[in-house]
Write a protein that binds this ligand. Structure first.
Ligand code: GRF
Length: 224
């Protein structure tokens, strides 16, 4: 890694609000090292986030999974596309495709995801409804390293929000999303500044004093 610049490819499938918060936070950084988003890649040509990224002057690219007969060939093309940019990290930000073990192996220790639950609770889809149905009082999000097992890689950071009695999946998802934006962009800033690093086989190192836990007590207050 260039000692002054840390580069990222971001994968999205839709709205791209986590991507936006990461790019915006990066632009505001006053740290000694710079972050750069080399490209935003989507499997969905209609992903709203692509237009926003384009408007920021970020290179965008579509690898449409419908154009490939199976997951292996899609992932092969996706890997080739990413390799052109030689990023330090690949950030999954609402990327709704399951990656093959071979893809994960190729980029071991470089793929990071945000998942909208406090893992290991509620892997997979519909996490907010599952949280409500299970009666938990706290829910949240997790930034983790991606391994071949779905939503099961080593945890880098987590943020918690309360589940309120009047919540439905929509209100809860909005509360979680607001901490997702903060958590993911802070982790990325930590990676850029070398305060969070990955070494060996998925070993996460966090410098002393770097906060990797957040919680939000009500709809307005975030404690960091
Ligand atoms: C987020 O809740 C993320 O955790 C999940 O999908 C959603 C994507 O939202 N994987 P956005 O595209 O970042 O707005």
């Amino acid at each position: 890694m260039d000692s002054k610049e840390c580069s990222f490819v971001i994968l999205i499938s839709g709205r791209g609000s986590n991507m936006r918060s990461i790019v915006t936070r990066m632009a505001k950084s006053s740290g000694p090292r710079r972050g750069k988003v080399c490209a935003v890649i989507s499997n969905n040509p209609d992903a709203n986030g692509l237009k926003w990224a384009n408007d920021q002057g970020i290179e965008t690219c579509v690898v449409n999974h419908h154009d490939y007969p199976n997951r292996d060939l899609f992932d092969k093309r996706l890997a080739e596309t990413i390799e052109k940019y030689q990023p330090d990290y690949i950030l999954l930000a609402g990327f709704m495709r399951i990656l093959t073990a071979e893809f994960v192996r190729k980029f071991q220790g470089k793929i990071i995801n945000i998942h909208p639950s406090l893992l290991p609770s509620f892997p997979g889809l519909h996490t907010h409804q599952k949280a409500i149905d299970s009666g938990v009082l706290w829910h949240g999000c997790t930034v983790h390293l991606v391994t071949a097992d779905l939503d099961a890689g080593p945890i880098i950071a987590q943020a918690a929000v309360p589940v309120l009695p009047e919540d439905d999946a929509n209100t809860l998802s909005e509360r979680v999303l607001s901490v997702e934006h903060q958590l993911y962009s802070e982790v990325v800033e930590g990676l850029i500044q070398g305060l969070i690093s990955i070494s060996g086989v998925n070993k996460i190192q966090v410098a002393q004093g770097v906060k990797t836990t957040f919680y939000k007590e009500s709809n307005n207050v975030v404690h960091v």
